[in-house]
Design a protein around this ligand. Structure first.
Ligand SMILES: [Zn+2]
Length: 242
């Protein structure tokens, strides 16, 4: 952890204003993203350590669950075989939460809600969701969000709390471009793992109906699928063309 602490010699108090600034920064696209990633250059090992700490904070107070509906472990393992960031500690946790959602955080952790397991109706849909979440970490979307936030904080020669920073932003939505990129990579991962892209198409088709029910304003930032942008319809149509 020592190297990370040296790397993050910043102090951060994440207020609402910073959230808003960060949201704007995230919209500016991948070019800046690459520049900032180069600036901090975290190793996969360091990212895993951030993920460990983050996992403890996210899981605290949350109940897990087990399911017989699908062999989540088997599906996850099949897809994980085809990652390129082989040193990242890809794993999943099942969380008891009725919200139809799954999300990924830095270090490879994927959280799958009981609401999502109830909502899907095939192993192919589950495989798409898992591939999409893994793709966010393959593309470094999660760790770069943390790095943005560290950079957005005022530089201060005091010991910073990188896990605290990571926790303060894990609920922020990804950008539209990041969602499209994760869908695209998910389809590639699915093919390699022996699944068709139909799981993604079916999943978004059902979400389109759910979106109508949720309405534009009631969406949770944490929700990786029912977010204000891009809409399920757009995402489905893109996958159909892939
Ligand atoms: Zn996503």
């Amino acid at each position: 952890m020592g190297k990370i602490l040296i790397l993050f010699l910043f102090i951060n108090v994440c207020g609402f204003a910073q959230f808003e600034i960060l949201k704007e920064v995230l919209k500016t696209g991948d070019e800046l993203n690459k520049v900032l990633l180069d600036f901090t250059r975290l190793t996969d090992e360091e990212e895993n350590q951030i993920g460990e700490g983050l996992d403890k904070k996210i899981i605290a107070g949350k109940a897990g669950f087990t399911t017989n509906k699908y062999d989540v472990k088997a599906v996850f393992t099949k897809i994980k075989k085809h990652v390129t960031r082989t040193k990242i500690n890809y794993r999943f946790a099942l969380v008891k939460d009725p919200d139809v959602n799954a999300y990924a955080v830095a270090g490879g952790n994927v959280y799958i809600n009981s609401g999502l397991i109830d909502f899907i109706s095939s192993e192919e849909e589950l495989a798409f969701v898992i591939a999409h979440e893994i793709a966010h970490n393959e593309l470094k979307h999660c760790i770069s969000a943390i790095q943005y936030q560290v950079r957005a904080s005022q530089v201060n020669p005091l010991l910073g709390d990188v896990i605290g920073i990571a926790y303060s932003i894990y609920r922020l939505p990804f950008s539209k471009d990041q969602e499209f990129a994760a869908d695209e990579l998910a389809v590639k991962l699915l093919k390699k793992a022996g699944y068709s892209k139909n799981g993604g198409i079916e999943f978004f088709r059902k979400l389109e109906k759910l979106e109508e029910k949720y309405g534009q304003d009631k969406r949770d930032g944490l929700n990786d699928f029912i977010s204000s942008h891009p809409l399920s319809k757009q995402r489905r149509e893109r996958i159909e063309k892939m």
